[in-house]
Design a protein around this ligand. Structure first.
Ligand code: 3H9
Length: 708
């Protein structure tokens, strides 16, 4: 008796065409049983005499979104055997009856590799295909690097496999990856196509070698250079390029073997573990424990923003870009015009770069209504206040807004660290007040910290989180404390960078050490970019929290007193030319040396390793405190904050994940040493770090335990 077909894959018949449907919600991943099911279904369809062609499709809203990412950790730990999809997929390619793959939604990673084994592909207009494995620190491991260049050509395959970005159906057709664009229902289009080609000769993708001949060495050299620049520090893009080189140089089977070797190397590396952690982390941060699923987000159809400075204009553009009409208020004609000019300049630059059509830019601009009064604010579903970062100013604005905002309006304050509860106290409805900490430039940066005050109600929280998604942002929920997650952690990180230069490291050594670690910019370069005057103002605002007698960096205030605010004044920690290119500043170096000497700080040459450890472990130690206090819900929330708002390298997984890879015992030991050297006020290990470090724990395990 024949074994029953796994339910994950169904075989049905539409007269002379067999239809194989993968049904593995939510995204039809190639979980155990799916590849086997597809191969078995193909064999059964081939054996059925009346069948002239086969259509392979996905149930629900997508084709196959790839291998099951949840399986990878089990393979690495040895709990599951290595994944070898090739033999199953080859059954599709070896079918004696033509296989037409019907793609709607996404065909990504192993999903595209499955599709490439079909003899034809038809795509819905909105569908996308891609090899995004490098975003998981992996390379295509089921023949993608071997078959894709045979269909798309080597140059395009390099771009897709080493760049990771998906492409749309029309491009897939023009490249020869897909054969037809289907308007309307994709399965109907695929059935019609199958009947057209049934009976005609067809070819196996692995035998289509013509396009491999276009390749030359220069193409690979250029691809490697680009990958090294755009994805600095990442191993997978280079491995993907090497695997495509194997497609050109070796016969198909040997090329596949090389691909498998490279895939396995990546899979067992730390980078892929880190990037898979990030993939799931980006989805985890939207889940808020303790809020019932009954609480639904309110619709946000109209927005209003107060303040047309850098943040306010960026936030207004963010709403406009997401299709939400927005009123933008300023107090003077001049400030309003400056803000609108900034917005127009931004859109014009995006059009000039070819990233937006002129028509679309005009539509977005038209969604922004500049004004000097509160007209129309009573209709807004959310009001975002983005005025100057000063408590009295914000409270004044909120007392006015409270009078004009409608019932159930989300009252969002854009602050990078002020007390949300105090701001909320200026209104009669603190339960509707929430922090929305956007990062500059707000229309570009992905991160928004959503800050819950003590009175903020669940509906406001859920609405803010859902809105973040609609705006194309990653929203991380934070508790209300000075600096929230991101800026509270950045304070000790920058503190160490400042101390290090005073102790003898040069500005360039500090910047280079962290840049080489993988940070998008060195800490002092970030300081210069964001403006030394900004941190100066924050230091003054929070001076009352400082503990007397604790060491403070001396040079940052001195730079500000000289009017050296960083890039905007052409000098700060470094010197900047008209194009904002940095050069060492002898004057700053002399100021640092003199200040340190006068303060009796012993100067020495500082190894790169110490620079990195002091800055990064300062982050980790503060992160551990935030976790224990509940300001951050999970360690992964801290990681996602740092990756998307602070330029932490994605391939290290975020500061807390990185600390886990170093080993918390080791991190703790080093923090204890630093405490010996610099005192407990600066380096007292966070109790959580101490506990985990002493008991062999990890932040990852802490998250799992907290989740229950
Ligand atoms: C690969 O294929 C390697 C191969 O070369 C073969 C090697 C041998 N597996 O994103 P969403 C979950 S590597 C497991 O919110 P959307 C996701 O976690 C893979 N789970 O939906 C979430 O779960 P939850 C290459 C997956 O509509 C739920 O599905 N492929 C997978 O916004 C919904 O996801 C990729 O990298 C998966 N492959 O976006 C594609 N995919 O509800 C990865 C998703 O519990 N996936 N989940 O939080 C995506 O890019 C998006 O999910 C997609 C849909 C665009 C498909």
């Amino acid at each position: 008796m024949e074994a029953p077909m796994p339910e994950l894959v169904r075989l049905t018949f539409e007269q002379d065409v067999a239809v194989i449907t993968v049904d593995n919600p939510p995204v039809n991943a190639l979980s155990p049983g799916v590849p086997e099911g597809i191969a078995a279904a193909v064999e059964r369809a081939v054996a059925q005499e009346s069948v002239r062609a086969i259509v392979l499709t996905g149930a629900g809203k997508t084709f196959i979104a790839g291998a099951d990412i949840r399986e990878f950790a089990k393979i690495v730990s040895g709990e599951r055997p290595p994944l070898n999809l090739l033999p199953y997929l080859q059954v599709i390619e070896d079918s004696s009856k033509p296989v037409v793959v019907a793609i709607h939604g996404s065909a990504l990673g192993g999903g595209l590799e499955t599709a490439l084994c079909g003899h034809y592909r038809v795509m819905a207009r909105q569908a996308q295909i891609g090899q995004p494995e490098i975003k998981l620190g992996l390379i295509p491991g089921a023949g993608g690097t071997q078959r894709l260049p045979r269909l798309a050509g080597v140059a395009k395959a390099l771009e897709l496999c080493a760049g990771g970005e998906p492409i749309r159906a029309d491009e897939a057709v023009s490249l020869g990856i897909a054969d037809r664009l289907v308007e309307g229902e994709v399965l109907a289009g695929a059935l019609a196509f199958a009947r057209e080609i049934a009976g005609a000769p067809f070819r196996k993708t692995r035998e289509r070698n013509e396009k491999l001949r276009d390749a030359d060495t220069a193409l690979f050299v250029k691809a490697k250079q680009e990958a090294a620049k755009r994805m600095r520090g990442q191993k997978a893009p280079l491995a993907a390029i090497e695997a495509i080189a194997a497609a050109v140089e070796l016969p198909f089977a040997e090329g596949c073997a090389r691909e498998a070797e490279l895939f396995t190397e990546c899979l067992h590396g730390t980078q892929s573990r880190a990037m898979i952690h990030v993939f799931f982390g980006e989805r985890t941060v939207s889940k808020i424990p303790g809020i019932s699923t009954e609480v639904k987000p309110r619709a946000i159809e109209r927005a209003a923003v107060v303040g047309a400075g850098t943040m306010g204009t960026g936030i207004a553009m963010t709403y406009a870009n997401a299709g939400i009409p927005v009123r933008l208020k300023e107090t003077s004609e001049e400030a309003l015009e400056r803000g609108m000019a900034n917005i127009r300049r931004n859109y014009a630059a995006t059009v000039a770069k070819g990233r937006l059509t002129e028509e679309e830019a005009a539509r977005r601009l038209a969604r922004i209504t500049p004004q000097l009064d509160y007209q129309g604010f009573e209709q807004a579903d959310i009001i975002t206040e983005a005025v100057f970062e000063s408590m009295p100013v914000k409270k004044q604005v909120w007392s006015e807004l409270d009078r004009v905002a409608k019932d159930h309006c989300v009252l969002a304050t854009n602050t990078s660290g002020l007390d949300i509860d105090e701001i909320a106290s200026a209104t009669q409805r603190p339960e509707q007040v929430i922090g929305n900490h956007f990062f500059s430039p707000a229309h570009v940066m992905r991160l928004v910290e959503i800050v819950r005050g003590k009175a903020t109600d669940d509906e406001t929280t859920v609405t803010s989180m859902a809105l973040g998604k609609k705006l194309g942002k990653i929203s991380v929920l934070a508790g209300n404390c000075r600096g929230f997650i991101g800026n509270r952690m950045i304070a000790p990180y920058l503190r160490e960078a400042h101390f290090l230069v005073e102790e003898g490291a040069s500005v360039e050594e500090v910047n280079d050490a962290l840049y080489d670690f993988g940070m998008a910019m060195g800490p002092l370069a970030v300081d210069d970019l964001s403006g030394l005057d900004i941190s100066y103002a924050i230091r003054k605002e929070f001076a009352r929290f400082e503990k007397p007698g604790v060491r403070k960096a001396l040079v940052p205030d001195l730079l500000c007193e000289r009017g050296y605010f960083g890039q905007k004044t052409g000098r700060g920690w470094s010197l900047y030319d008209a194009n904002r290119r940095p050069a060492p500043s002898p004057e700053t170096a002399a100021l640092i040396e003199k200040t340190a000497r006068e303060a009796g700080i012993q100067r020495r040459s500082i190894p790169q390793k110490e620079i990195v450890e002091r800055c990064i472990y300062a982050l980790v130690n503060e992160g551990a405190r935030l976790l224990e206090e509940g300001v951050a819900l999970r360690a992964v929330d801290i990681d996602i904050t740092y990756l998307n708002g602070y330029g932490f390298p994605v391939w290290r997984g975020g500061p807390m994940f990185y600390a886990d890879t170093v080993g918390l015992k080791k991190v703790l030991q080093r923090v204890e040493e630093l405490k010996e050297q610099h005192g407990p006020d600066l380096w007292e290990p966070a109790p959580l770090l101490k506990r985990l470090g002493e008991n062999g724990g990890t932040f990852g395990q802490f998250d799992r335990d907290r989740a229950g």
